[in-house]
Design a protein around this ligand. Structure first.
Ligand SMILES: NC(=O)c1ccc[n+]([C@@H]2O[C@H](COP(=O)([O-])OP(=O)(O)OC[C@H]3O[C@@H](n4cnc5c(N)ncnc54)[C@H](OP(=O)(O)O)[C@@H]3O)[C@@H](O)[C@H]2O)c1
Length: 276
């Protein structure tokens, strides 16, 4: 039987509707500042989506677009100004930053209470400690998509492919915090298929088109495809949808799976940062 397709667009809309209703009821207006450096077209698209989402739910947003040539010092000065600005509750620095700017230093100059991306060392440390407050948006979305299937995470064998700080590692920690037994795979894992075939829950966050095939998936598994790869202008995931659909129990599409959830959880984190 073909896998049930998890509808990320519908779940994200539900989250946005809940946020809008909450803000309408309490009358508060959280503020989000988005900083973009340079002209990366994907970044421009992501930033405009984030602003559109904010408008839809009633979050104030402002965009700070800095030239590619901006210095690290000038960027950090802007962040410090926003850290002190009372109407701004969340600050997001759109990544990647141009070469020569230290991303780690820039991210850690955001006030951790305004770190709506959840990438600040303090917030990642809280996640390691099991305190989930401002947690990275994509892995939070991954968990919500798994929960939407009704399948319990506790006691399951979860395999995360990818160990980046923004997706793979926090996804593994969130699964671990929910009592899954977690394996994290990466580019030096010798036999990836042998690991993924063990997974009741499989999360692919690699950036390699169609890396995960049906032969690598345990029958009935929940498969979450985080990957975004653009080939001939078409967006495809890290999962070979056609072959995996025949084996998995639940599967996210690309687009329309994890992507909309990332956007929705940025709004949720902005509310959290504003104490709403
Ligand atoms: N849907 C969304 O909202 C969203 C959000 C963020 C990212 N993404 C997408 O998710 C993907 C991953 O993003 P990322 O930022 O985590 O990427 P990343 O920083 O490039 O990390 C990729 C990870 O995959 C591992 N890897 C590479 N080749 C592999 C292979 N053949 N077998 C097993 N593991 C392999 C790497 O291992 P090493 O550590 O050993 O190098 C690394 O840990 C990308 O396609 C990105 O566009 C989507």
């Amino acid at each position: 039987m073909a896998a049930a397709i998890i509808d990320g667009n519908a779940i994200a809309k539900q989250i946005r509707d809940e946020i809008k209703a909450k803000l309408d009821a309490c009358g508060s207006k959280p503020g989000l500042a988005v900083i973009q450096v340079g002209e990366n077209p994907a970044s421009t698209r992501y930033v405009s989506h984030k602003q559109k989402d904010c408008k839809e739910v009633g979050i104030y947003s402002e965009k700070h677009h800095l030239p590619e040539t901006v210095s690290e010092k000038e960027l950090i000065e802007l962040i410090q100004k926003l850290n002190a600005q009372a109407n701004i509750h969340g600050i997001l620095v759109q990544l990647p930053l141009p070469d020569g700017i230290d991303e780690h230093k820039v991210i850690n100059s955001v006030d951790p209470r305004k770190d709506v991306d959840g990438f600040h060392t303090q917030n990642l440390g809280e996640l390691v400690s099991g305190n989930e407050h401002l947690v990275p948006c994509t892995p939070t979305g991954v968990i919500r998509l798994i929960e939407s299937t009704g399948i319990e995470i506790k006691g399951k064998k979860a395999v995360v492919v990818g160990r980046s700080v923004i997706v793979g590692k926090p996804a593994a920690l969130l699964l671990l915090n929910r009592h899954a037994t977690v394996t994290v795979c990466h580019s030096r894992t010798p036999d990836l298929g042998a690991e993924t075939r063990q997974a009741d829950i499989l999360v692919a966050a690699v950036g390699k088109p169609r890396l995960i095939t049906g032969a690598m998936v345990k029958p009935g598994a929940v498969v979450i495809d985080v990957g975004i790869n653009v080939i001939d202008g078409k967006m495809i995931g890290d999962v070979d949808f056609e072959s995996v659909e025949k084996v998995a129990g639940h599967l996210t599409p690309v687009p329309g799976g994890v992507g909309p959830m990332t956007r929705a959880f940025l709004l949720r984190n902005t509310l959290k940062a504003a104490g709403v």
